[in-house]
Design a protein around this ligand. Structure first.
Ligand code: DHK
Length: 152
């Protein structure tokens, strides 16, 4: 059997606080439960998911560079760095596979400073506003983009 394609799912600053955030903008599920949900869904799609989170821009850049060698696709929620990081954009532009930008909340319904995303310039597609369900939809789209085969 051919080995399963690997997808990196990279999460930026404060994503580890999902479920604890008092605003309720990011739902009630903990980051850990979202990770488990995504890993389970990826497995049904025939993909190996590497789900990571960092509060540090340089670490995210290192992981995107690592993905050039290790992953067929990237799903990324760069969180607050979405709107500021040219370094993350440049790293994503050097990645040859599909990239899906994901946000839990609908960033266009929020403050104007969240309306411009550097990540979008490198993204194949964007999904926002559907919470963790959107993460699963992003993974389903990714499996089509990289031609993953569901296990029988
Ligand atoms: C998550 C964050 O942490 C915010 O900084 C972004 C994004 C939105 C989200 O909706 O997932 O502005």
């Amino acid at each position: 059997m051919a080995s399963q394609p690997t997808v990196f799912f990279l999460n930026g600053p404060n994503a580890n606080l999902y479920g604890l955030d008092k605003s309720g903008l990011y739902g009630r599920d903990s980051f850990e439960s979202i990770r488990q949900r995504c890993e389970k869904h990826a497995a049904t799609l025939g993909m190996r998911l590497d789900f990571r989170q960092s509060n540090h821009e340089g670490v995210l850049v290192d992981w995107i560079q690592e993905a050039r060698l290790e992953a067929e696709g990237i799903v990324i929620n760069a969180a607050g760095l979405t709107y500021t990081s040219v370094a993350i954009l440049d790293a994503l532009l050097a990645f040859e596979g599909p990239i899906i930008e994901a946000h839990m909340s609908n960033i266009w319904k929020r403050e104007p400073f969240r309306h411009h995303s550097y990540v979008s310039r490198a993204a194949t597609g964007v999904i926002a506003g559907l919470g963790a369900r959107g993460y699963e939809l992003a993974l389903t789209a990714m499996s089509d983009l990289i031609g993953a085969t569901s296990p029988a």
